[in-house]
Write a protein that binds this ligand. Sequence first.
Ligand code: FES
Length: 263
Amino acid sequence: MIKVLEKKKLSENIYEMSFDAPMIAKNALPGQFLVIMPSEKSERVPLTIAKSDSNTGRVSVVVMAVGEATRELVNSDFFYHIAGPLGNPSELVDMSEEELKKEKIVFLAAGVGAAPVYPQAKFMKEHGVKTDTILAARNESLLLYEDELNGVSEVQIATDDGSRGFHGLITDCLEQLVKDGRKFTRIIAIGPMIMMKFASFKAKELGIPIIVSLNPIMLDGTGMCGCCRCLIDGKTKFACVDGPEFRGEEVDWDDALTRLKRW
Ligand code: FES
């Protein structure tokens, strides 16, 4: 059993949960995820690692309580089991210092996607490379990780209802930045599947390569169950072992969204 050391409410139904997991903290790289079981008979919940500190051994994940398993998770004081770090790290991790310095990245961080964007933006800052982030939500009260992201990236806020920052969709905000003359070598979009779909269309229109982090239903997280199957460039891939990051223009979004609804 792993004791939950801190549970911070970030927004309605959204919590940051922290626990000690020294081996995970030592090995975690930006983009990787964990599969957590709150109790012996519960579902396995995949969650991207939001924070990990190899000095203290502390790890944090952000959970949106929307179903039975995630509600059980946020109400837990102990986790029964944690597997990870799983999945491939962000491709930024494999770049040389020279390559990183050439990157002008804009992160699209929508809703709980702000949490997994944070370690990637932090990684870039630690390598001395400035990045931009559009932090977006439906309204002001749902904006997450603003302080964290402000510490590592140039943040622009966007809300669908205009309650804060740019009034409109995250993709409109991106388009505005480009119209204002900003040049980007890469977009990294993390958030709801539907946002990543339209971000991929917008990226194509703007001629900017885009990476998305797919978040389909997962069970084992090790490529065995087939739950997280997705079509990438016409080929079957598993988000847990082949991803979770893929090129947005190669994702079959209709298939990905249909599978999500089916579950
Ligand atoms: Fe089972 Fe990916 S979660 S194959």
